[in-house]
Design a protein around this ligand. Sequence first.
Ligand SMILES: Cc1ncc(C[n+]2csc(CCOP(=O)(O)OP(=O)(O)O)c2C)c(N)n1
Ligand SMILES: [Mg+2]
Length: 688
Amino acid sequence: MVQCIGQTAHVYPMLGGGARAGGAEGPDAMTEFDRDQLSNRANAIRALAMDAVEAANSGHPGMPMGMADVATILFANHLKFDPAAPRWPDRDRFVLSAGHGSMLIYALLHLTGYASPTLDDIKRFRQWHSPCAGHPENTELPGVECTTGPLGQGLAMAVGMAMAERHLNGVFGDSLVDHHTWVIAGDGCLMEGISQEAISLAGHLQLGRLNVIWDDNKISIDGPVSLASSEDMAARFAAAGWHVVACDGHDFASIDAALTAAKADPRPSLIAARTTIGKGAPTKAGTSGVHGSALGAKEIEATRAALGWNHGPFEIPADIKAWWEGLGARGAEARKLWEARLAASADAGEFTRRMEGRLPEADPMPAYLASLAANPPKVATRKSSEMALDVLVPALPELLGGSADLTGSNNTKAKGQPLFSATNYSGRYVHYGIREFGMAAAMNGMALHGGVIPYGGTFLVFSDYMRNAIRMAAIQQIRVVHVLTHDSIGLGEDGPTHQPVEHLASLRAIPNLAVWRPADAIEAAEAWACALQDEKRPSVLALSRQNLPPLRHDVAENLVARGAYRLTAATAPRAVVLVASGSEVHIAAEAAALLEADGIGADVVSMPCWEAFAAQDSAYRADVLPADALKVSVEAGVTMGWERWTGSEGLNIGVDHFGASAPAERLYAEYGLTATAIAERVKSRLGR
Ligand SMILES: Cc1ncc(C[n+]2csc(CCOP(=O)(O)OP(=O)(O)O)c2C)c(N)n1
Ligand SMILES: [Mg+2]
């Protein structure tokens, strides 16, 4: 029998006063003495929050002060964590979806004994180089599981974490993977549209280890929530298949009972915690005035008096700090037991490899690329991507794919890839439904959880629906792969609503996002290899609907990794360099042939990835894009940005307007994206 750590080991061990020896007594056994003690301990959070916001004269004291009591019970009795090993794989994940309340998590991490943030870090809340950034950032503090701030996305990422947990549990079993995902979400998180996608997906997948605590304070920035919202939140969650429980968020026994019930229920749980924003502040509590402004010296003084907190700014009495550190120290036991189980497990090597994000030693790509070179197919790059996945999915068991209801169009499902579902969490393909934003955020959560590499598909034009989640992947430096097909007017008849034109430019504008637009099957395979090797950067694969001829034959080096490379060199003296991406590379090659026939030397450069090319050394870049030739970009999208590579004297050929509903060939002809039209424009620019 596998010992179920976290379920039984932490029964009311620290609730003060010694009145509660075991869970059997139930919450009613808590004494007044307990309440006072606990309030005092929770007040440490309140004090740090108000003092830090006051020092910065910036930040959000209301939420941490309102949720201090709930957080105290969560950390004391329910959360499985170990400050000494913040990243141990089987820890519970705690997501502060209401990221504006960042001081709540900074206070909790500091009080429970994480090495960081220190009290000095907290004193420098929101200042240059303090890890206590305005909103929690996963890259700044171990213990911050994900970057939050854009409301609703923390909750949606937590769904992905809970999916990853169940998946790895399905693969490795209870002894290695058995933890919960806890979320604190505010009114704002639940008003955001993405929460609906997240909630319905979690309900459908029956993610019972996901517990969402709603900070039901009935206040947001503009005033009472009733100004803008009147839905029955409990009914909404229940309709999606959730278990719903309510509590008084300032009554420790009530909170504890609700969290206990949430853990016990097999469905995902909403814990509606009725709280008072800014609890403790005599005149501002319960008002939007305490949401996002410093309390001010007078109110702080009055708050200290009201709370009976007779300590200076940033001063935590030793006994209170010791109590919190005791909670933290207790976590080592579960972690050590888990480490022993891992050490004894036959799966230790594989589990550790996956959690560390290392790819398997055996790389299937060289043999696959050689087979493509031997037998080059004329297929759409979305099909090329599927062919690559047919090779990658069996070889990389950490790949967890899916699509937002476009599986057959995105070609995201490999042969025999089993479905991930409530009845088969070890499956590896997710039908996300038509929930692009929810999918992208869930993928972020999976990558942050670790142990899986998520990829997911939709049409490139719908990248706008998930754009902020893609941006959040880039900020969080995580490996997720977006398979975005139908990447231009080349999709044809579906018309301008479905034809991306500005999307490549707009995605390229996101820092730390690699946008790959391969030109043929070999480039598509190389782009997949690049995306998978990029441990700290998300990728977009922009893929064609239409068939594309093979262009590459040499597979000795992954040339896509260079970002751009000379596909063919001029034979006549070089006058022009045609630079193209994806489905326009073969058109550029045909245009070059026409120019060569007229004695105009033309290089063809395939440029599948700007970001990768920009990272090459200047000698390489100068060789590929020489100063002494006319540089011409060709891409079926807006020309914005291509001057970066062609120079201001270059020629930029693209589609600077919306497309139209017609067969692809007609659109390419109408918009001047044919070999003849391109060759003519080049000749006229050269005066030949
Ligand atoms: C997507 C998004 N829109 C807007 C904001 C700006 N914003 C930050 S907090 C907030 C109000 C949130 O209300 P609630 O969740 O009830 O937080 P509380 O005031 O209770 O702390 C808003 C609009 C944001 N962070 N993210
Ligand atoms: Mg609120």
